[in-house]
Design a protein around this ligand. Structure first.
Ligand SMILES: [Cu+2]
Length: 152
């Protein structure tokens, strides 16, 4: 009796270890960020320009395909600083090896672009969905500086 219940316990433990990191998430809403592939071929990244202006994103709907690497070229065409703020999108995406990736993570999913400057972000969308985009500077989103990142 004791021996057989021990065997069951061992079997349960073994089963519990089987599905670990990398298992298919149960629910997209509650699931942790998907694991990025072991190696991303940034050489095949597609360039996509988004222009930040007073007070808009162009395009305001940034459409990306999941598992396709991109170089997001964020160009600030105005005389004031703007941000590309999309924390939910960046949380479900893999970022490139550059130093700006750590800055985006540290900033909670936001990229700040100074007046007249550009920023290039290597990003690999991993999960389809529609994610809010905004500029986090005071009142900019009220003035219409909002958009969406759509991952198909
Ligand atoms: Cu702004």
């Amino acid at each position: 009796m004791k021996r057989s219940s021990l065997m069951i316990a061992v079997a349960l433990l073994a089963a519990g270890c089987g599905g670990g990191r990398g298992a298919t998430p149960a629910s997209p809403a509650e699931a942790p960020a998907p694991a990025p592939p072991a190696a991303v071929d940034w050489e095949r990244a597609q360039k996509l320009e988004v222009v930040l202006d007073d007070f808009s994103f162009n395009p305001s709907q940034v459409v990306l395909r999941a598992n396709q690497p991109y170089v997001l070229q964020l160009r600030n065409a105005s005389g004031t600083r703007h941000t590309f703020t999309a924390p939910e999108f960046f949380r479900t995406a893999a970022l490139g090896p550059g130093p700006e990736s750590a800055q985006i993570r540290d900033a909670g999913g936001t990229v700040s672009v100074a007046a007249g400057q550009s920023a290039e972000i290597d990003v690999l969308p991993l999960r389809s969905g529609t994610y809010p985009l905004s500029c986090d500077r005071p009142l900019h989103s009220v003035f219409g500086m909002t958009g969406t990142v759509v991952v198909k």
